[in-house]
Design a protein around this ligand. Structure first.
Ligand SMILES: [Zn+2]
Ligand SMILES: [Zn+2]
Length: 116
């Protein structure tokens, strides 16, 4: 069994205040973000599901590069999510920071152009 440690899908990804746990999924003990002194317990972790699910929303305007690709901005957690057919937000995980730097840059550009 040669598990490829370090690939994102194998990470715990518990979140607290914008930081994600970089330990392996299913680990024991405290959550920890590698490279920081941050540790937290399960009860201290952010609730994973956003309370904005079920709210009516509209598709967000797009940047020249197509971002956010037909998704709507959740007014609660500011995640871009794909709307359901009835025009409401699906249940989704709360936004707690970008997974990639590219996504972060596009989000910043979007908020600069379109604001709230
Ligand atoms: Zn963890
Ligand atoms: Zn949300």
């Amino acid at each position: 069994m040669s598990a490829t440690a370090g690939s994102p899908r194998d990470l715990c990804l518990s979140r607290r205040a914008g930081e994600v746990c970089t330990r392996e999924r299913g680990h024991r003990g405290l959550h920890h973000r590698r490279g920081t002194g941050l540790m937290w317990t399960e009860p201290e972790a952010d609730p994973p599901m956003c309370p904005g699910g079920g709210l009516a929303a509209a598709v967000a305007p797009e940047l020249a590069n197509g971002f956010p690709g037909g998704r709507a901005l959740c007014p609660v957690c500011t995640r871009f999510v794909v709307l359901r057919r009835d025009g409401t937000l699906p249940r989704h995980r709360s936004w707690r920071g970008s997974a990639t730097r590219g996504e972060e840059a596009r989000r910043r550009e979007w908020f600069n152009v379109f604001g709230w």
